[in-house]
Design a protein around this ligand. Structure first.
Ligand SMILES: O=c1ccn([C@H]2C[C@H](O)[C@@H](COP(=O)(O)O)O2)c(=O)[nH]1
Ligand SMILES: [Zn+2]
Length: 169
């Protein structure tokens, strides 16, 4: 008999996003994003991972030479420097078409990521947390997603955690 406790595709792709987030150096909020090829409703071929990203500094900007704080003068915080996870995932695709794809992300995208998501042709955003729902950035984001017809899905899953063991015999 086959194993029964295998993970769903949604948990798998969100799991990849969460694993990518573990690469983030941000001390307060680690975000990961995983872009997956579009709808496989005809089940003729599986969805595949097109790109992955997490929130981090641009290439060449050393993690130890830039600030990671949230408070103080703008230039003394991380905010002007960090590339958001969703944008990193889009840029990491290096020109591969993302038209009709889906994006799994731990945190609901801000307005800047929203614009990049829409313009790259991603048609669905599947997210876990909406902790900044009350901010103008997320309000603007939802307004644009709705206007552009991008589907928004909060992932409902019974999975609380997935353990990875490296001590494989
Ligand atoms: O759409 C988004 C919004 C935010 N992020 C990243 C940017 C920062 O590194 C953190 C947010 O830090 P806070 O300390 O919670 O303000 O999340 C992102 O990747 N994508
Ligand atoms: Zn963003």
């Amino acid at each position: 008999m086959k194993r029964q406790d295998y993970i769903s595709w949604d948990d798998y792709f969100m799991g990849i996003a969460l694993l990518a987030a573990r690469r983030s150096k941000d001390p307060s909020t680690q975000v990961g994003a995983c872009i997956v090829s579009g709808d496989n409703s005809d089940h003729t071929r599986p969805n595949t991972i097109l790109s992955v990203g997490y929130n981090g500094l641009p290439i060449g900007c050393e993690d130890d030479q830039f600030p990671w704080g949230r408070e103080g003068d703008f230039l003394d915080t991380k905010y002007p420097f960090v590339v958001h996870a969703e944008l990193n995932a889009i840029l990491n695709a290096q020109g591969k078409s993302l038209v009709g794809s889906k994006l799994y992300v731990a945190l609901f995208p801000c307005n800047e990521c929203c614009k990049a998501i829409i313009q790259s042709g991603i048609r669905e955003v599947i997210y876990l947390s909406d902790k900044y729902a009350q901010t103008d950035a997320v309000r603007a984001s939802k307004k644009m997603f709705e206007a552009a017809g991008v589907k928004l899905t909060r992932l409902e899953t019974a999975t609380e955690s997935i353990e990875l063991n490296f001590d494989v015999e």
